[in-house]
Write a new protein. Structure first.
Length: 273
């Protein structure tokens, strides 16, 4: 696992956006061989998306031959609802880049047969050749996508009932009213994410510090589903200083030293200037 520690959210977002951009450019995607990108929602990736939009508008980066698969969507929330993940993605990303509409895939939380929708989603990922780079965030309780504590690390796309902690955390998007937050969601599974050829997880702020500690310093545990990243051959966590508050000093220093020696942070934060 690689851990990159930025000074703050803005630097983390710049680094992550440049990293993803470089991966797309180096891949040289074509219509016959597109790059497949896994996309998250939430507050953590907004800065990353802004950087990708900026590079796209500058002509440095194109999404013409990029296929996307989103991590999750609420059950029963209309796609047009301002807090649906369909709305989030188009408002914060898709409406601002040159991606083809037919290359965008988001789970349908209003499908007549939700189980069939989940099965079909997995089939579409396989048909696309698998996901090359899956981006994601971490919940305060260490979940990735909507794979709440206790989720199987071998799970696939399915229906999940949300925990009270997740409902409470997400209520800030629903007028701070937990009764307005959907109680179920469709989500890719932990194994769906781990099957990607590369996984990049964003982690920022002091509220994520405990989750980062479990992701890095404790063993693989289904109660902290992000810890599965320890088993991935190409797993990366991009975090900020505040998210490192609960790491051991020796752990923090190891990754800072490694980062300094390899020049990783500087190489990607300075890119495309």
């Amino acid at each position: 696992m690689r851990v990159t520690i930025a000074k703050d959210y803005d630097e983390m977002s710049l680094w992550a956006g440049n990293y993803v951009a470089r991966r797309i450019i180096d891949f040289k995607p074509t219509a016959e061989k597109p790059l497949v990108l896994g996309c998250p929602t939430g507050s953590s990736p907004i800065g990353l998306y802004k950087r990708l939009i900026e590079l796209n508008k500058k002509g440095v980066l194109s999404f013409q031959n990029v296929i996307t698969f989103n991590m999750d969507e609420y059950v029963g929330l209309p796609e047009s609802h301002p807090e649906s993940y369909h709305s989030f993605m188009f408002t914060n990303f898709f409406n601002h880049i040159d991606i083809k509409r037919e290359n965008i895939h988001i789970l349908n939380g209003n499908a007549p047969d939700l189980n069939a929708e989940c099965k079909h989603y997995e089939e579409m990922i396989v048909a696309a050749g698998g996901i090359d780079l899956f981006m994601g965030g971490i919940g305060e309780d260490g979940h990735i996508a909507f794979n709440e504590p206790g989720s199987s690390l071998g799970s696939r796309t399915r229906i999940k009932t949300l925990t009270s902690n997740t409902i409470l955390a997400n209520s800030r998007f629903f007028d701070n009213d937990i009764n307005k937050v959907p109680k179920q969601a469709l989500t890719v599974g932990v194994q769906t994410v781990m099957d990607a050829r590369e996984v990049l997880i964003l982690c920022n702020g002091p509220k994520k510090a405990r989750a980062l500690h479990h992701a890095i310093e404790n063993g693989v545990n289904h109660m902290w589903t992000v810890s599965a990243l320890q088993m991935h051959p190409h797993g990366i966590i991009a975090c900020d200083e505040e998210a490192c508050n609960e790491l051991k000093i020796s752990t923090y220093q190891y990754f800072k030293d490694k980062q300094s020696i390899e020049g990783i942070l500087g190489r990607y934060t300075e890119m495309f200037k």
